[in-house]
Design a protein around this ligand. Structure first.
Ligand SMILES: O=C([O-])CC(=O)C(=O)O
Ligand SMILES: [Mg+2]
Length: 232
């Protein structure tokens, strides 16, 4: 089989009940429960105007820099509820997707979202869409359609490894990837963390939060609290 031109139609899939449950949690809380890892680089920006979180199994695409033939293959083969995750080899000169392809993904494939580690175009219209769309920016520069590229192989997106079938969760903060095999075990921890985080915000609002630990940490790490002004 020709490496660089493999299009896998099948993936190991996550438990879809688990996927649905993650959709109710902030991406930040879930990432915190993975030792604060697995959050994509902030160059991956929310470009549309969704009214709910993006959550679904990754349908991955590795496309050649500035080329979108492999993304067209994904258009053919992806499924309802998928999040299409695209690695564009770090190119920032050409948009590899725009309104025409997004219209198909929304209306014919009913995907849960699209994440492109590269530029897109037709933002004038797409910025108002409810479909969650993440990309690094926009350019009118268009893509080639030559290949090579691959579908449903491991990809890097926003500096994070994404395997086909990993759970992709996105909200206005950005996007995280949850490893498929660990997702069910992580879910209750993330739900408990989220509850605690809400309670924490309430305690900070009322002034009942206990910040004694800050003094301990500063002392422990050798900080000096100086009752004087800074003099150059
Ligand atoms: O021309 C392309 O392949 C990408 C594009 O603008 C669209 O999907 O609307
Ligand atoms: Mg277009």
């Amino acid at each position: 089989m020709q490496v660089g031109k493999r299009i896998y139609l099948k993936r190991e899939m996550p438990d879809l009940k688990v996927v649905k449950s993650f959709a109710k949690l902030p991406a930040s809380n879930v990432a915190d429960c993975m030792e604060r890892s697995n959050a994509m680089n902030p160059r991956i920006q929310l470009m549309s105007n969704p009214d709910q979180e993006m959550c679904g199994p990754a349908f991955t695409v590795h496309t050649r820099a500035g080329d979108n033939l492999a993304i067209y293959a994904a258009l053919k083969y992806c499924h309802p509820g998928d999040v299409v995750v695209i690695n564009d080899e770090g190119d920032d000169t050409r948009a590899v997707i725009g309104e025409v392809m997004m219209t198909w993904l929304r209306d014919q494939r009913h995907v849960a979202g699209v994440v492109v580690d590269g530029p897109m175009r037709d933002i004038d219209s797409l910025q108002n869409w409810k479909l969650p769309i993440y990309a690094t920016g926009t350019t009118p520069g268009g893509p080639y359609k030559e290949g090579p590229g691959e579908v449903n192989v491991p990809v890097a997106c926003g500096n994070i490894s994404v395997y086909p079938g990993d759970i992709i969760l996105g909200d206005p903060d950005g996007v995280i990837s949850i490893p498929r095999k660990e997702a069910a075990e992580l879910l209750p921890k993330a739900q408990a963390f989220h509850k605690k985080d809400d309670a924490k915000a309430a305690a900070f609002s009322k002034g009942t939060a206990d910040l004694a630990w800050v003094d301990d940490a500063l002392k422990d790490k050798g900080f000096n609290v100086i009752d004087d002004i800074y003099r150059p």
